[in-house]
Design a protein around this ligand. Structure first.
Ligand code: CFN
Ligand code: HCA
Length: 530
């Protein structure tokens, strides 16, 4: 069955309202004049989505990796316990520094707290955490029931700050807020920008950079830092993989922000640019060509001949060390196909690396990407926000509640576009081959149907559907946690990824499994239309 017939047959199974909705989330690259996709909208009730929640995006993704902070989860024990360590953001302290990553802090709310309020319990937890661990800072993240009963976590945080003399930040990131993890990213970004970034005064050296949207999953950030360090960059802070509150405070002192995951941290990148005039550059350290391009672009930004020369030397050295292994694995991967379905950036970032191994991506999708992650966007050209530029007519920097916003009149924006090269964040679709499929918020029914008909060699996804695929005899690589492996970033990471997928796809195991589509259906039924 062709892919388009398959999609039609999937859509035909839905009631009309669902069909209408899902059609807008499916795009065939190049079929229409514009590749527009609906994204970042609410999943229809009844659909088994892979999406996570606001709390996952705030505490799990953005805050969690900060290792010198005690992160208290205010909610029932499961919210904290079942997310403990599963994302595999690694952290290693230097001498004398704290590392609380291996701990799981929760207020363990009970029924009585739901009835009488949980603030007392939270106060006690903050006090206990402070007395036992003396952390640099404490975060409080609330989960669903807290929002429903209305505990004032901001007031508890404020009180605790006065009592203990450390920063205590409260995040109202109840799971049900927004439509996915994405709302949680935004909440975390706002508070970090408001309360942390800009409060430090650490010394910086030449070529000072921050790495944003890099969470050190499986050690990715360490491999990226190794390469950048070898070239001669000074990494002021990493947001937030193996990162610290202490370093974050001085992040505004860097010369340039590199943005690896745009989705989760574009807010901070933009707010720093607007408030401090630090430009940001979209980078990608996944895949060899992407890593090389990234390194060249960063060197070009600084424009120093010695740095450009050193970059080329490091690239040559690194390439020599991996070439043989990559060639070997390529022979094992050539001609294979992949389906990619991951959060809000990796379904894009991994396509280059797969291509380098000879693996074609036939379908890719994000759980919670926004339209710009798919279709790209114009990035406002770099405007140095010194005292003078704040007086440019038509250019207004305002701070509404917690966001720094830049308002430009359309005329001014057009004029600026002419004056300086407009940087663009291209998004995922542009880099895909014509005819390939892009599906937003892919659900379990759709995943199973596509796996059955396309029978890809590789399904890159997460824990919720990994074993569904493998029971069908299709190798599934978790692109969230990297299963138990990594790093996959940079040069050395590319080899580890190549090895893992070569082994996974070529193991004889899959031949011993009788895929479900070769067995008799266990259940059969008709979906009733409205
Ligand atoms: S590490 Fe990142 S890279 S932060 Fe984001 S959008 Fe999640 S936790 Mo899972 S693996 Fe995934 Fe991205 Fe950015 Fe991770 S693709 S879903 S919220 N994500
Ligand atoms: C999250 C975290 C997650 C889940 C991974 C998965 C992660 O969104 O809650 O579903 O396999 O990377 O740990 O994305």
């Amino acid at each position: 069955m062709t892919m388009s017939k398959k999609i039609d047959s999937i859509l035909e199974k839905y009631p009309p309202k669902v069909k209408k909705n899902r059609m807008k989330h499916i795009v065939v690259k190049g079929k229409n004049e514009k590749d527009e996709i609906e994204a970042n909208t609410r999943t229809m009730p009844g659909i088994i989505s892979n999406r996570g929640c606001c709390f996952a995006g705030c505490k799990g993704v953005v805050l969690g990796p900060l290792r010198d902070v005690v992160h208290i989860v205010h909610g029932p024990v499961g919210c904290s316990y079942y997310t403990w360590g599963t994302r595999r953001h690694k952290g290693r302290s230097k001498d004398g520094e704290s590392n609380f990553l291996s701990y799981c802090f929760t207020t363990d709310m009970q029924e009585s707290d739901i009835v009488f309020g949980g603030e007392k319990r939270l106060r006690k937890a903050v006090k206990e955490a402070y007395e036992l661990f003396k952390p640099e800072a404490i975060t409080i993240s609330s989960t669903c029931p807290v929002g429903l009963i209305g505990d004032d976590i901001q007031a508890v945080a404020k009180e605790a700050e006065e009592e203990f003399g450390i920063q205590v930040m409260a995040f109202n990131c109840e799971g049900y807020k927004g439509v996915s993890q994405s709302a949680g990213h935004h909440i975390a970004n706002n508070v970090l920008m408001q309360d942390v970034i800009g409060t430090g005064d650490a010394e910086t050296k030449t070529y000072a950079i921050n790495i944003l949207g890099e969470y050190n999953i499986g050690g990715d950030g360490w491999e990226i830092s190794r390469i950048l360090g070898k070239i001669g960059y000074h990494i002021v802070s990493v947001m937030t993989g193996d990162g610290t509150y202490k370093e974050l405070k001085s992040a505004h002192k860097a010369d340039l922000n590199l943005v690896q995951c745009h989705r989760s941290i574009n807010y901070i990148a933009e707010m720093i640019e607007i408030k401090y005039g630090t430009p940001w550059l979209k980078v990608n350290f996944i895949g060899i060509e992407s890593t090389i391009n990234t390194l060249r672009n960063v060197a070009k930004y600084f424009g120093d001949e010695v740095l450009i020369q050193r970059t080329e030397e490091v690239i040559a050295e690194e390439l020599t060390s991996i070439q043989e292994a990559m060639d070997m694995y390529k022979k094992m991967c050539e001609g294979k196909t992949a389906l990619l379905f991951v959060g809000g950036s990796r379904a894009h970032h991994y396509q280059g690396l797969l291509k380098e191994l000879g693996i074609e991506t036939v379908m890719a999708g994000y759980e919670f990407g926004h339209r710009d992650d798919y279709e790209g966007r114009d990035v406002i050209p770099y405007i140095k926000m010194d005292a003078d530029s704040r007086n440019i007519p038509d250019l207004h920097v305002t701070k509404d509640e917690k966001n720094y916003r830049l308002y430009l009149s359309p005329e001014k924006l057009e004029a600026l576009k002419k004056e300086m090269p407009l940087s663009r964040y291209d998004g995922m679709i542009k880099e895909m081959k014509n005819g390939s499929y892009v599906i937003d918020d892919l659900n379990h029914f759709e995943s199973e149907e596509l796996l059955k008909s396309l029978k890809p060699s590789l399904f890159c996804s997460g824990i919720k559907d990994k074993y569904v695929a493998q029971k069908m005899g299709i190798f599934s690589k978790q692109l969230h946690s990297y299963d138990y492996s990594g790093p996959y970033a940079g040069f050395k990471g590319a080899v580890i990824f190549a090895k893992d997928v070569s082994m996974g796809m070529n193991t004889p195991t899959w031949g011993f499994i009788t895929p479900l589509w070769k067995q008799e259906p266990l259940l059969q039924g008709e979906v009733m239309e409205e």
